[in-house]
Design a protein around this ligand. Structure first.
Ligand code: KG4
Ligand code: ZN
Length: 341
């Protein structure tokens, strides 16, 4: 960190977290995340409710981030914000706020791609000795809306070389949880129950598509039909077998994610691999990803827990690289719900 490093205020509002962070260069001075609880009972994010909750939270969340960082708006050198992909109404709240702030403070606005930022969360600096990924590397980005294998050539040059043709990995966790009667987001709960279960007790199938393509919708359906058949025989089946079902489903999903990723590692002959996105908080995926790296002679990187799920610190570090490249956005820029990397 040098005194010339910029102070960047970062804002994230693409889905159901309102978050603001202040970074000095690549160091995080504050990272406030307000998760919307309102969606729990609906089994998924309700877009209109998300927009309203962002509106209610954005001012206090930004104020808290500035306070925790112990800086004033006058010290900021730029405002970075998620421009997409995400829910249009939710993105509008963050981008409108960021534009107004940039205009009133007369500092540049930086438009950040949310998926790009998940990858760059690995470049948040905690110490000088910290090992960081070397370019080029491959990243498995697994979130509630995306599943991507990304070839990362530099902070600003990324290419999606593999992805899902339907649901995302996080959705496969969340939809399974819904079928099991668990609240949204179900991924962390499946992870929790799985820790007490037998991962080999039940068998679910994931389709093998052409190399580097994923499909998760069939996996969720195979769970649904399995449960329906078992519940006819025993209406207590889910509550009695919850841990074993979660452990078996999670194992299938994690193995499926990694088998394609291993194919990409062989194809691109890289030496560094990273895991990113909300599902990278999954304990089994984290341990199997480390094992895979070690087995293949690659250096594996998994993000700190606080930077796995949506947060503004990752938007800030992505903004930092754009700041260095002087890639600033115009004030008439509009959110992009489907912005590809
Ligand atoms: O990256 P993220 O916060 O939001 C999007 O960009 O979509 O990812 C959220 C997803 C949700 O589907 C959530 O269930 C999943 O990440 N997730 C997990 C775990 N923690 C969060 N999935 C499995 N195991 C976890 N421990
Ligand atoms: Zn995300």
């Amino acid at each position: 960190m040098t005194t010339r490093d910029p102070y960047i205020l970062a804002i994230e509002s693409s889905c159901d977290e309102t978050s603001a962070a202040v970074l000095h260069g690549q160091r995080v001075l504050s990272n406030v995340v307000s998760s919307q609880k309102i969606h729990e009972k609906f089994g998924g994010v309700v877009p209109e409710l998300a927009s309203r909750a962002h509106q209610a939270s954005i001012v206090p969340v930004v104020a808290q981030a500035l306070e925790e960082a112990e800086i004033t708006t006058a010290e900021l050198n730029a405002v970075a914000v998620t421009l997409g992909p995400g829910l249009m109404g939710a993105l509008l709240v963050g981008t409108s706020f960021a534009k107004s702030l940039s205009l009133s403070l007369d500092v540049p606005l930086i438009a950040v791609n949310h998926m790009n930022a998940h990858v760059l969360a690995h470049f948040i600096r905690k110490s000088e000795e910290q090992l960081i990924p070397e370019f080029p590397f491959l990243c498995l980005t697994v979130s509630g809306g995306h599943t991507q294998i990304v070839l990362v050539k530099s902070p600003l040059e990324m290419e999606v070389v593999g992805e899902t043709i339907d649901d995302a990995a996080g959705e496969a966790f969340d939809k399974a949880a819904k079928v099991l009667g668990l609240p949204y987001p179900g991924g962390p709960l499946i992870d929790k129950y799985a820790s007490e279960g037998d991962p080999n007790k039940y068998h679910f199938t994931a389709p093998r598509l052409e190399a580097l393509k994923y499909s998760f919708s069939g996996l969720k359906t195979s769970l649904l039909y399995f449960l329906k058949a078992e519940m006819i025989k025993d209406d207590q089946f889910i509550s009695r077998e919850l841990s074993n079902i979660c452990a078996s489903y999670q194992r299938t999903l994690v193995d499926y994610l990694l088998v394609n990723f291993e194919t990409a590692m062989t194809k691109y002959e890289i030496t560094n691999i990273c895991l990113a996105g909300g599902v990278s908080a999954n304990s089994l995926l984290r341990s199997k990803f480390m094992e895979l790296g070690n087995r293949m002679g690659c250096q594996p990187f998994i993000p700190a827990f606080e930077f796995c799920t949506d947060n503004a610190a990752m938007i800030g570090v992505a903004g930092y690289y754009k700041f260095l490249a002087r890639e600033f956005a115009d004030l008439d820029i509009a959110p992009k719900a489907n912005w590809q990397i």
